[in-house]
Design a protein around this ligand. Sequence first.
Ligand code: HEC
Length: 116
Amino acid sequence: MKASRSKNIVLAVALVAGLISSSGFAQDPTDEAAAKIDEKFGGNIKKLFATRCSWCHQGYGMKQADGPKLAGTSKSLAQVMAQIMNGKTPMPGFKTQLKFEEVQALAEYIKALPVD
Ligand code: HEC
């Protein structure tokens, strides 16, 4: 009796673990957008984002911190690029630190982030 109960628990745990891994919970939701941008621009967008943006925009743009969540922004691609270049207090502008192509890649990445 006892033995079969613990066997059932083992089975239940295995089932739940299987469901979680097959439903994609374990995968980072930003990976698809990042792969698209990296293929187009040939860089590493998540690395660039992590170095320049993550201290204010968390979860690679998916979570609010000091800066807002970027996924689902109401701004157009051009407006997002303008904000990255010029900043808006308290966000610094990046036009002297980033290449135009990097600004474009970041903006396209932000617009490609999944919205729920
Ligand atoms: C020092 C903190 C800080 C850093 C670093 C920072 N941001 Fe921001 N960001 C903010 C804040 C705060 C806002 C909100 C400003 C406002 O519009 O009032 C913002 C707003 C934005 C917006 C506009 C969002 C919207 O929907 O209005 C975009 C796009 C953005 N940031 C992108 C970036 C990117 C890309 C980087 C890295 C290159 C970056 N930010 C780095 C703080 C930061």
